[in-house]
Ligand binder design. Structure first.
Ligand SMILES: [Fe+2]
Ligand SMILES: [Fe+2]
Length: 254
């Protein structure tokens, strides 16, 4: 599934650029998103090296590499950062990632660390010409330094791994979740095991509710919209996970 436009008012677009196949990276599928404001682009979680050629092909339908102003990395995982060295070669984009991960990034290949900007723990504004995006904290969900991106023009929250589905609920690829309850089996195991604790979830849920997003767009699986946004937030707020439920022998209850 490629190139699903989530928002477009003529001036400003938020696009699900590419959803990789599970086989593309020898693992689970991942989403890459592109925000375009008056022909200037921001790429969100560009993916591992295996998906890079397809992401580039899809991006070229919307803008040229020289018009990519910024790349946002929600956290440090290889399914997000693995292709970054090539993106740096092809574009002059700056890269924005939690300051927590700055010293680890040189291990992803020959990269010019001077183009990387560490996002402070409390987040910050990301300015592109004519448009201000908000980088907001989502720490310990699952990464100790995770940032989300809220796009006020579209009302869409890019949530990184929060809300991520590793397996589609009914096995059919689809872009959106409208009805939350049938989707829970696709997200429950991942969130119980990967998210650090319920306190981190509650802090995140309160922040996200204050933004009142129209959609929540994760790095894996379908995009939440309509009632499913509020239902996802309610479910996460009440979810025991991670350190809350880990047993003394290291096991997690299923
Ligand atoms: Fe991750
Ligand atoms: Fe992920």
């Amino acid at each position: 599934m490629r190139n699903v436009t989530l928002f477009d008012d003529g001036d400003h677009q938020f696009i699900l650029l590419n959803e990789s196949d599970p086989g593309a990276e020898n693992g689970i599928e991942s989403n890459q998103y592109l925000i375009v404001h008056q022909r200037i682009g921001v790429l969100l979680d560009p993916g591992g090296w295996g998906v890079m050629p397809r992401v580039l092909t899809e991006m070229l339908h919307h803008l040229q590499p020289e018009d990519l102003a910024a790349i946002v990395l929600s956290h440090q995982d290889p399914d997000i950062v693995g292709g970054i060295a090539t993106w740096l070669e092809l574009t002059s984009a700056t890269v924005h990632v939690s300051s927590t991960w700055m010293r680890f990034l040189p291990h992803y290949g020959q990269i010019d660390i001077g183009r990387f900007f560490g996002v402070p723990d409390q987040g910050m504004a990301l300015e592109i010409p004519g448009c201000t995006l908000q980088l907001i904290p989502a720490h310990f969900l699952h990464s100790p330094g995770q940032i989300n991106l809220f796009d006020p023009a579209s009302g869409i929250l890019f949530s990184g791994d929060v809300g991520a589905a590793a397996i589609k609920g009914d096995g059919e690829p689809r872009a959106f979740i409208d009805d939350f309850a049938p989707h829970v089996p696709a997200i429950a195991g991942f969130h119980r095991r990967y998210m650090a604790c319920n306190r981190a979830l509650r802090i995140w849920v309160a922040r996200v509710r204050s933004l009142n997003p129209t959609m929540i767009a994760p790095q894996h699986g379908p995009v939440y919209r309509g009632q499913a946004v509020a239902d996802l937030l309610d479910w996460l707020e009440a979810l025991p996970c991670g350190a809350d439920i880990m047993q003394a022998d290291g096991a997690f209850p299923s």
